[in-house]
Design a protein around this ligand. Structure first.
Ligand code: F6R
Length: 579
């Protein structure tokens, strides 16, 4: 994960108002620590978020600097382990997103040559590697050697003290050059500079570039100069980026769902209609459809196969990080990757794997121009708008809405038009009782959520929300599986949330089985006496969306009662760009 930003100009930029402001836009990639280095050799770094860092450092001016916001992989969250890292003479500064897999071997080799390492990180080898190489080689030769020697993933920015130039190298981790009027940006994604320019050049794997104040040159891994096309993107900066009057982005984003689902439905009826119709035709004409995704997006994909199976489509899904271990694809397979960010490394890797085997690639993304979108044959945008809270809420819902729409085109019976109103109603009707329930549940150690069929994926999604935001151990499981082991954990008072769509009597029996053992059963159903009521009488898929929204609210109010850092929970990042 991690976010990196470099800026070079022939005039001056401010470290705080230009470099770190741009870096802040990448903080969703990790917020363990932050740091920067400039071409004069100034360097600051510290643990914690960028806003705190901005309060503690003095502003300065420079013409060239690099910066980093970290999600720790190798080495604890400490000041010394933060980026940038430097060489023995403090001449070479580097920031890195990715993992240097053979760092131990390189560290040993470089230590043998007298290099002194001061951090626990894998990334520190980069500066020392270049220090050693530059003793006898040019920078281009050193980079070529670096690409040959390094195993792992990387987007790297390197500067040398007193040289107004940035070197940028990429393999697997994303890297893009932004072309603004008076400066160049190098960043993990276009979001870092989309408020300043809409012109970008994306790095492909194995490429590197040398960026001077007025010119850039790209090379392939062998050092051959490349001609690269400039990509002009459109990016509407929306109102939704500010937290407005809400105390947290999470609750704002939950409340936005009637609007964000309506926006998607309008777009699927309108400008994206041809695209989704093409996808529906591909589904119809493929022998098999396989989905892949991670986390919440995976639970959305589970719902996707539930809907598609109902209309006779041979559809499967598998978590992206295990895709190559447990799934087969061939040229007759339609592969559908779902990813809010479009950058999740596991999803990107599974997609590459499927593409190499001849599968047709479709993706559903929220972030336009993302890596996944750029590698797809067709990419549908879910139009949830920027989601700032680390937890997926409105993006999950819009993924499900998109999948419902696709299934509808293939014969699934659902009235799409009523979705936004139903969401609005569910929030208004239940929010107060959810707050009360949060007061009852916030000190619990474990919560179980059970579902069947349509309500099984929501049980998983709710459990994930409770874990990541409320820090409560939660398990979402199939109602029918409970009695095969997990029921042993039910004690008097253990909360079990039962998701009962329509007249699912088996689900109702599963709830009764745990109640008989003393569980505190909480029901989400369309029944008069249920704890939270969902006003849907037919099983057209909406129950799944609405029950998850109740889970989002419950999670939010539990976390708030516990005083937790709701929008930036510990150890997490919004975009997971490591395997
Ligand atoms: C949970 C959450 C994560 C993401 C997962 C995949 O609230 O946000 O589980 O769903 O990391 O991310 P994307 O959808 O960006 O591929």
């Amino acid at each position: 994960m991690c976010g990196i930003v470099g800026i070079i100009t022939d005039s001056e930029i401010s470290i705080k108002n230009d470099l770190l402001k741009s870096l802040k836009r990448l903080e969703y990639r990790g917020y363990d620590s932050v740091g920067y280095a400039d071409v004069q050799g100034n360097m600051e770094k510290d643990v914690g978020e960028i806003s705190k860092f901005l309060d503690t450092i003095k502003d300065s001016k420079t013409s060239c600097a690099i910066s980093h916001t970290r999600w720790a992989t190798h080495g604890g969250v400490t000041k010394i382990n933060s980026h940038p890292h430097w060489d023995c003479k403090k001449n070479i500064f580097t920031v890195h997103n990715g993992i240097i897999e053979n760092y131990q071997e390189l560290k040993k080799e470089l230590s043998g040559k007298g290099h002194v390492f001061i951090t626990e990180t894998d990334s520190e080898v980069i500066s020392h590697f270049f220090e050693e190489e530059l003793k006898s080689k040019s920078m281009v030769e050193a980079i070529k050697n670096f690409i040959k020697r390094i195993e792992g993933t990387y987007a790297i920015l390197l500067i040398e003290k007193d040289k107004n130039r940035i070197y940028a190298i990429k393999k697997d981790s994303p890297l893009v050059l932004g072309l603004a009027k008076d400066r160049f940006y190098l960043a993990s994604d276009i979001y870092a500079f989309s408020d300043t320019t809409n012109k970008a050049i994306f790095f492909e794997d194995g490429e590197f570039a040398i960026i001077d104040p007025n010119k850039y040159t790209f090379y392939d891994s062998k050092g051959k100069e490349l001609k690269k096309g400039i990509y002009e993107f459109t990016w509407a900066i929306s109102q939704e980026e500010s937290v407005q009057d809400y105390p947290h982005y999470m609750i704002k984003e939950i409340h936005e769902q009637p609007i964000s689902t309506q926006r998607l439905i309008n777009s699927l009826d309108g400008e994206q209609h041809d695209k989704i119709t093409k996808i529906a035709n591909l589904v119809k004409n493929s022998k098999r459809v396989v989905f892949t995704a991670a986390g919440s997006s995976y639970y959305a994909s589970l719902l996707g196969i539930y809907f598609l199976n109902r209309v006779g489509v041979n559809a499967h899904t598998l978590i992206a990080s295990e895709f190559h271990n447990f799934m087969l694809v061939d040229k007759d397979t339609l592969f559908i990757a779902i990813s809010q960010s479009g950058e999740t490394m596991d999803v990107v890797a599974a997609t590459k794997w499927a593409r190499e085997r001849g599968a047709k690639i479709v993706s559903l993304v929220n972030v336009p121009h993302s890596t996944l979108q750029r590698m797809s044959d067709i990419s549908l945008e879910i139009h949830a708008g920027p989601e700032i809270c680390v937890a997926a809420t409105k993006t999950f819902t819009n993924q499900v809405v998109a999948l419902l729409y696709l299934s509808f085109l293939l014969g699934f019976s659902v009235n799409m038009q009523t979705i936004p109103k139903k969401i609005d109603y569910v929030i208004r009707e239940n929010e107060d009782s959810i707050k009360k329930m949060a007061n009852e549940l916030y000190e619990k150690k474990d919560i179980y959520i059970i579902g069947r069929g349509l309500s099984y994926p929501p049980s998983r999604e709710m459990a994930l929300k409770l874990k990541e935001i409320s820090y409560i151990h939660a398990e979402g499981m199939m109602g029918g599986e409970l009695k095969h082991g997990t029921i042993a954990l039910i004690e008097p008072g253990t909360p079990v949330i039962a998701l009962i769509p329509g007249k699912d009597f088996d689900m109702y029996s599963n709830a009764k089985e745990v109640e008989a053992r003393g569980a505190r059963v909480i029901t989400i159903a369309n029944m008069m006496d249920s704890d939270f009521k969902i006003d849907v009488t037919i099983n057209d898929g909406k129950f799944a969306i609405l029950s998850v929204i109740i889970g989002q609210l419950l999670t939010y109010y539990i976390a708030r009662k516990k005083g937790l850092p709701i929008d930036k929970p510990r150890n997490l990042a919004k975009s997971v760009t490591v395997k």
